[in-house]
Design a protein around this ligand. Structure first.
Ligand code: ZN
Length: 252
């Protein structure tokens, strides 16, 4: 009886969790906090309070931590997810608004990951930008983590530096999940996971599906030839985007 009662309390909580609007103009209801640490992961820079996400994303991250541990990889470092109610960040990236985006750093955790160390941790660049090659820090451990991250079907896309995408193409050939790895600016010290809109989230605006195929051919080549970053990312969304009505007055 008591167990059933518990379930009744729990079900509406899940039903009410929702991603509203688009990845770069939206908010979230009933977000869940990713615990500060768990099997195979640590949250870094938690003072920013950007560790809230939709239940499927929290589940995805915890699951990825477990898979990383099973593969004997070092614990992954989870950085920005979203604010508790979502919406735009005061500084930093423009997406991460609906609780479906998460940044995962590619460097290894510090040997003694005290809360203070995890708070003040610095990023390690996987790209030698002067020579436009991967740096010595990008090794099999990073490749394996990105591969594990991309294999989950809840993933819409993962943004990585073009050189990292290239390395993944060379390592994994024709794997169908390679198509989810999207070359993008930045993303040389972390990768950015974006999940699909969760089923039943009617106000969540999906992004167009990625083209079929691995994306390792001509499209990637155009990025690799664009070492100076001349490929336009298109018109940038305003820093204060127009939010869906449901989000107005909700986000802080
Ligand atoms: Zn990001």
């Amino acid at each position: 009886m008591i167990r059933w009662f518990g379930l009744l309390l729990w079900l509406p909580a899940l039903a009410w969790a929702q991603a509203i609007g688009g990845y770069a103009a939206g908010c979230q209801l009933n977000a869940q906090a990713l615990p500060a640490s768990g099997p195979g992961f640590y949250v870094i820079r938690s003072a920013r309070e950007r560790f809230y996400g939709q239940p499927p994303l929290i589940d995805y991250l915890q699951n990825l931590g477990i898979k990383a541990r099973q593969a004997e990889l070092p614990p992954m470092l989870v950085a920005d997810i979203a604010k508790q109610r979502g919406g735009p960040f005061e500084y930093g990236h423009r997406s991460h608004q609906t609780g479906l985006d998460a940044d995962i750093w590619l460097r290894s955790p510090p040997a003694q990951p005290s809360p203070q160390r995890l708070e003040n941790i610095t990023a390690v660049d996987m790209v030698d930008h002067d020579n436009y090659i991967l740096s010595r820090h990008f090794r099999d451990q990073q490749r394996q983590l990105i591969a594990l991250a991309a294999q989950d079907k809840r993933v819409s896309r993962i943004f990585v530096h073009p050189l990292i995408k290239d390395a993944m193409c060379k390592a994994y050939g024709e794997a169908d999940w390679l198509g989810r790895l999207r070359p993008w600016f930045g993303h040389s010290s972390h990768f950015h996971v974006r999940l699909h809109c969760p089923p039943g989230n009617k106000q969540c605006q999906p992004q167009a599906a990625v083209a079929s195929g691995t994306g390792c051919g001509r499209e990637l080549a155009s990025w690799l030839n664009d070492k100076t970053g001349a490929i336009s990312s298109g018109a940038r969304a305003p820093f204060r985007p127009t939010l869906p009505t449901r989000c107005v007055g909700w986000v802080r």
